[in-house]
Write a protein that binds this ligand. Structure first.
Ligand SMILES: [Zn+2]
Length: 66
């Protein structure tokens, strides 16, 4: 009943044990986890922010207060 589930470590691709026994899951080791977090901190994984044009186009009814 204890089939350790294994996943590919996002950091190095090595099989990592995905279970409570592995505190670094889904990474294989703490190092991979830290490396990944570091990558996120840097601009490697920068997510472009979309500028939403606001001002008009509000889905409001014709009953404007005022
Ligand atoms: Zn790894």
């Amino acid at each position: 009943m204890s089939a350790a589930r294994r996943v590919a470590c996002p950091g190095c691709g090595a099989p990592a044990e995905y279970s409570p026994a592995n505190p670094w899951r889904p990474f294989c080791t703490e190092r991979c986890r830290l490396v990944d977090l570091g990558a996120w901190a840097s601009e490697s994984y920068r997510i472009p922010v979309k500028d939403a044009p606001d001002g008009e186009g509000l889905p409001e009814g014709p009953d404007a207060p005022g």
